[in-house]
Design a protein around this ligand. Structure first.
Ligand code: MG
Length: 394
């Protein structure tokens, strides 16, 4: 039997317009800057005004195809250039049944050039997802089957983001999500213009005690500030606070996790287990939030399995994309015993689902994990047509 080999690597930057920026309309102090970006005054960080991601396509020598995707929010051409110039050529001729070996080989290439994360890590993630997808398609197995077997076909989906301009609007959005079956809702503290504790209290009052509430603090605070805020939030009994301190402030993260009455969630910015490990050792969180678009399948699995060994829960992060890396995230989450919920970006997921060929759904507060093979999702023709018409494919 001839083993199919990876024969071609292609990249696509897909840009899709939005009426309202992710996280909500621009507010006082926010700056719209060239390139499709907005700088949020709340945490001085860059966010997109459009939806954009990088898709990679692998074609094997027998014509089989594998799909991957990563962040395209910031400098997407840097990501595609890493693939085109460095990583793609390394994949040619490789056996797609060896995704872990390939991942380790690609990771090692940039070890001494500060290449363990950042946009390099994003490029690695997209290719890792695509190699696993191709492996699954060639084997006729889902990613979950390749990883040891599916535990759950439906995963509770917590609704993320209330992109309204006022607290009143955001409360109404939360009520609408609750009415659609979501009993767990997270809001973004960076756009809580009326106050974070005030927003939490308003949501609790409007939704009652049965809804689990969470807030993303977007790395805004030092440990003392985060602990003071956590005390105020505790009155509203949130399920967790996310990212209270800067990623660089490992000691602050650990201190908040140790002293806060509200559990802490971390991890969306990590690219590999090496960022997770020192935080696990310091018990810097109760809940781990790996993001498939940063980690790929291989590192996501490593982080989640290590979290299991540390008796931590995993609630995977979900960001802006067409849904390809989300399908991979659901596949891996479905295998794990420690995933009570997965994030659901309602303002992103629902818009692009019709542009994919997949059985993946999010209905009545639950994701349906897509059937395979591979990640269980691929672009439909409509995705290319819509992107071309709306914003462009590069
Ligand atoms: Mg977050």
């Amino acid at each position: 039997m001839t083993i199919p080999r990876i024969a071609a690597v292609e990249t696509f930057i897909v840009t899709l317009p939005r009426d309202v920026p992710y996280l909500g309309p621009a507010a006082a102090g926010d700056r719209i800057v060239p390139g499709g970006y907005i700088v949020r005054a709340g945490n001085r960080t860059l966010y997109p005004t459009v939806d954009r991601s990088v898709i990679v396509k692998l074609t094997a020598s027998d014509g089989s195809v594998g799909w991957g995707e990563t962040y395209g929010i910031v400098a997407p051409r840097a990501v595609t250039e890493i693939v085109t110039d460095v990583l793609g050529p390394q994949l040619l001729g490789r056996d797609p049944r060896e995704p872990v070996v390939i991942h380790e080989d690609l990771y090692d290439l940039m070890r001494v050039r500060n290449g363990s994360g950042g946009l390099w890590g994003d490029a690695l993630a997209a290719l890792d997802i695509a190699v696993w997808d191709l492996h699954g398609r060639l084997a006729g197995l889902s990613l979950a089957q390749l990883l040891g077997g599916r535990r759950q076909a439906r995963i509770p989906a917590y609704a993320s983001g209330l992109p309204g301009g006022t607290l009143e609007e955001r409360v109404r959005m939360a009520q609408a999500l609750h009415a659609r079956g979501h009993d767990a809702i997270k809001f973004a503290g960076v756009v809580s213009h009326e106050g974070i504790a005030e927003e939490m209290a308003a949501l609790r009052a409007a939704l009652g005690p049965g809804v689990r509430l969470m807030v993303d603090l977007h790395w805004k605070f030092d440990a003392a500030q985060a602990l003071a805020l956590s005390e105020r939030l505790a009155a509203s009994s949130p399920l967790f606070i996310e990212a209270p301190c800067a990623p660089e402030d490992l000691e602050g993260q650990a201190r908040v996790a140790a002293q806060s009455r509200v559990p802490v969630a971390l991890g969306e910015e990590w690219h590999s287990v090496h960022e997770a490990m020192p935080r696990f050792e310091r018990r810097a969180m109760a809940i781990v939030q790996p993001e498939m678009a940063h980690t790929g399948v291989t590192e996501f699995s490593q982080i989640a399995r290590l979290a299991q060994a540390f008796h931590l829960q995993v609630m995977p992060h979900a960001t802006i994309g067409t849904g390809l890396f989300l399908a991979a995230s659901l596949q891996v989450a479905s295998v794990l015993p420690n995933v009570p919920m997965h994030e659901y970006q309602h303002s992103v997921f629902d818009r692009y689902l019709p542009l994919l060929k997949t059985t993946m759904r999010c209905e009545a507060g639950h994701y349906t994990v897509p059937d395979g093979p591979g990640i269980g999702a691929e672009p439909a023709e409509s995705l290319w047509a819509y992107a071309q018409a709306a914003g462009g494919v590069a």
